[in-house]
Design a protein around this ligand. Structure first.
Ligand code: ADP
Ligand code: MG
Length: 227
């Protein structure tokens, strides 16, 4: 039965199930973290003990990150409010925000965006989409490499591209992209692309990956222009 489900259907089921599980796990985690934080501050505990508590808290923080991402998959997009957004403005606000993150890796984000490109979308989701894709570009890049973001009109659509000169992906890696929990990063959740795929399809968009191992990656996103 599972085999015969369409890819998109399977993703939906996985997302719903994951979100239900995430929700049930979040509360007990919060309680455990609260107690650990109390012990960490307890004077009766020596430095070695405190270090162990801090490790436990950090691990819980990672688990919490996975859970927040899973929960964002479950939000029924149809209920989200949409607005007519200026793509250029949003890209600039996201890249300004990420520039600090990029600078810590010494990457510069260049933006070439056309005026008057409007799309009808939920602002939080559009931000999340751009942040996830640009963060991946930063994480794949070496120090000093720049990342380019473009936006322009193309046959009734807005075309957004994010290009990095980073490590790139092989055909096998590209094939696995977007599978839940697929990540090659030690601190990755492997949920970013899955969330992006969800957002793109919710607003009748399209997203393609062009990548070459060792050379870099271009992610191209299309959304229908707002009327
Ligand atoms: P995460 O970033 O948590 O690992 P993602 O779903 O965002 O999860 O990405 C999954 C995997 O796809 C990454 O671990 C990485 O191996 C690969 N990937 C995504 N974007 C890029 C990119 N721009 N360049 C190279 N590899 C990428
Ligand atoms: Mg990611």
């Amino acid at each position: 039965y599972y085999e015969s489900m369409k890819h998109s259907e399977r993703l939906k089921t996985t997302g719903l199930l994951a979100a239900a599980v995430a929700h049930e796990i979040r509360n007990p985690l919060t309680v455990v973290k609260g107690y650990l934080q109390l012990y960490e501050q307890n004077n009766a505990i020596d430095d070695k003990g405190k270090k162990n508590f801090s490790i436990m808290i950090k691990e819980l923080d990672s688990a919490e990150q996975v859970i927040s991402q899973l929960l964002s998959l479950s939000k029924p997009s149809k209920e989200n409010t949409t607005e007519k957004l200026d793509v250029k403005l949003v890209i600039h606000s996201v890249t300004d925000l990420l520039q600090s993150y990029g600078l810590s890796h010494r990457n510069y984000i260049e933006v070439f965006a056309e005026e008057d490109c409007y799309i009808e979308i939920n602002k939080i989701e559009f931000n999340q989409l751009l942040v996830n894709i640009i963060k991946n570009a930063i994480e794949a890049s070496a120090c000093g490499d720049s990342i380019t973001v473009t936006a322009g009109k193309k046959e009734g659509f807005v075309e957004i591209t994010i290009t990095d000169k980073g490590q790139g992906m092989s055909a096998e890696e590209l094939e696995l992209l977007g599978t839940p929990f697929y990540s090659l990063k030690s601190k990755g959740t492997g949920l970013g692309i899955m969330i992006c795929n969800n957002i793109v399809s919710n607003y009748n968009g399209e997203m393609t990956f062009n990548s070459s191992k060792g050379k870099g990656t271009t992610v191209t996103i299309y959304f229908p222009l707002a009327k």
